[in-house]
Design a binder for this molecule. Structure first.
Ligand SMILES: C[S@@+](CC[C@H](N)C(=O)[O-])C[C@H]1O[C@@H](n2cnc3c(N)ncnc32)[C@H](O)[C@@H]1O
Length: 216
């Protein structure tokens, strides 16, 4: 199963690095919440074009041990960090596994000084719920990660940002995440990435610049 996952996982990693890097700056401290085994953080720091002195740490409910980045453990709820402790917080395919998404988002926005980058799914197109549920199950069930099968439309993502007091400063509503055939069925419009600017008072340290979504 792991051998079947590898090309899909590596393609996903490359695509995420390309989407996230433009939002990172020299000297940034980044927290990857729900970092798993820490591969995204390692890939970001090692990428050609990575900003100088970039540091990515992880925060996990389930620390595996032996990760290539520093990973902080916690049991959920309040994160063990001060307001704005990190410049950027990343939530990559974590929110749809979380029983209390509003609490997790609120904590991410509190800890993020400049940006919260959310990669998740989007319900759009024929049989979207069934297709996303299948890829979620296939990617997570072998590793014992609980699936709740709760995903959002673009309107729901926008409403969520508004409810949390965050401003959407960049958004990708279609992502070529996987190798071609897999991407046709499980990628593109089922994949979503947004960059939120935390509300004033939640630790904003820099002005984000609104940008166009080249994919929409
Ligand atoms: C599908 S995996 C994604 C791993 C990694 N972000 C990636 O993109 O490869 C979801 C991870 O989120 C973690 N997780 C779920 N809820 C969490 C929370 N509230 N805080 C931190 N980690 C959480 C799980 O333990 C799991 O490792």
């Amino acid at each position: 199963m792991a051998a079947m996952h590898r090309p899909v996982y590596e393609s996903r990693l490359r695509a995420l690095v390309q989407l996230i890097l433009p939002h990172l700056r020299e000297g940034d401290r980044v927290l990857d919440v729900g970092c798993g085994v820490g591969t995204l953080g390692t890939a970001l720091m090692g990428a050609s074009g990575a900003p100088k002195d970039l540091v990515v740490e992880g925060l996990e409910r389930h620390v595996r041990g032996g990760e290539p980045i520093t990973v902080h453990g916690y049991e959920g709820g309040r994160m063990p960090f001060a307001d704005g402790a990190y410049d950027v917080v990343i939530l990559a395919d974590v929110l749809h596994h979380e029983d209390n998404p509003d609490e997790l988002l609120s904590e991410c926005l509190r800890v993020a000084g400049r940006s919260l980058i959310i990669k998740d799914h989007q319900i759009k197109g024929p049989l979207a719920q069934a297709r996303v549920s299948f890829i979620d199950w296939a990617a997570n069930a072998p590793y014992g990660v609980k699936c709740l099968y709760r995903y959002h439309t673009r309107d729901e993502w926008q409403a969520m940002a508004k409810r949390m007091g965050a401003k959407v400063v960049a958004e990708h509503q279609s992502i070529k995440l996987y190798p071609m055939g897999v991407n046709f069925v499980f990628g593109n419009k089922l994949q979503y990435l947004a960059v939120w600017q935390p509300p004033a008072g939640a630790g904003v340290s820099a002005q984000a610049t609104p940008e166009e979504d080249p994919a929409s």
